[in-house]
Design a protein around this ligand. Structure first.
Ligand code: F6R
Length: 264
């Protein structure tokens, strides 16, 4: 696991976008990107969009798979993740909408929709780079605490903490669904690279547990300690509870030139 402590939230976006762009270039034009919703990756997507706009990055043949979708919203709801991904990913990154997928949380048969989603990821050749945020309770995707570390895409019940966190996107908490369809921790782990971004003091406990805690379903993000290529990019507030903070800073400062990714 590589932990990069940036000085500002803007730098988090710059560094994470550079890393993702590097993987996209290495994987080729048909790269498969795993995309998260929520606030954390929005600036990262903006950085990728400027690369697309000025021709440094071409995602017209790339595919994307979102992590999750609410169950219980009507299709087309502006806060459904299908719509959010369209606004923040598909359109600004000029991706082909037919190659951008979200779990079908609107399906009558949710179990089949989960199986179909897993199969679609396999059929696309697997995810080359998975972009992640982390919930203040440590979830990644909507894998809430005590999710199986081996789980695959399935329906989950959101915790009240998550519903409260996400109520800011709705008129009231009563409108936040109780259920979601989410990639599992096993699904996320299967991505070839993982880039997680976190900003703000409300993420500090989750980041500390993810990076330095025991691997435990109590803090689902800690499963990333078992991933071979996980990069965790955080701002100083999100990093504030890391015990080995100075070591991560030293490691990044001493990174050999050949390991650095192009920050443009
Ligand atoms: C979103 C997702 C969640 C969010 C997490 C953090 O698709 O899977 O794990 O990444 O809830 O949300 P923000 O970024 O809004 O703090």
């Amino acid at each position: 696991m590589e932990v990069i402590i940036c000085t500002t939230a803007e730098e988090v976006a710059d560094v994470a976008a550079s890393k993702v762009a590097r993987v996209c270039r290495d994987a080729g034009s048909e790269v498969v990107i795993g995309v998260a919703t929520g606030s954390s990756p929005i600036a990262l997507y903006e950085r990728l969009a400027s690369r697309v706009a000025d021709g440094r990055l071409d995602l017209s043949h790339a595919s994307a798979f979102a992590l999750d979708e609410y169950v219980g919203l009507p299709a087309g709801h502006p806060e459904s993740y299908a719509e959010i991904i369209r606004r923040h990913v598909t359109e600004p990154l000029r991706m082909d909408p037919s190659r951008v997928h979200t779990p079908n949380g609107f399906a009558d048969d949710i179990e089949q929709a989960a199986l179909d989603y897993e199969q679609a990821i396999v059929d696309a050749g697997g995810v080359d780079v998975q972009i992640l945020g982390v919930g203040s309770n440590g979830h990644i995707g909507f894998n809430e605490p005590t999710s199986s570390l081996a789980s695959r895409t399935r329906i989950k019940t959101l915790t009240e903490a998550t519903r409260h966190d996400n109520a800011r996107f709705f008129d009231s908490i009563d409108q936040v669904p109780h259920h979601c369809l989410t990639q599992g921790l096993g699904t996320i782990r299967a991505a070839r690279e993982v880039v997680l971004v976190a900003q703000g003091a409300h993420k500090a406990d989750a980041v500390a547990a993810l990076v330095e805690g025991p691997v435990t379903s109590r803090w689902p993000g800690s499963v990333l300690q078992l991933h071979q290529h996980a990069t965790i990019v955080v701002d100083p507030s999100a990093a504030s509870k890391l015990e080995l903070l100075e070591y991560y800073q030293l490691t990044y400062a001493q990174k050999p030139a050949w390991q650095r990714f192009d920050a443009r």
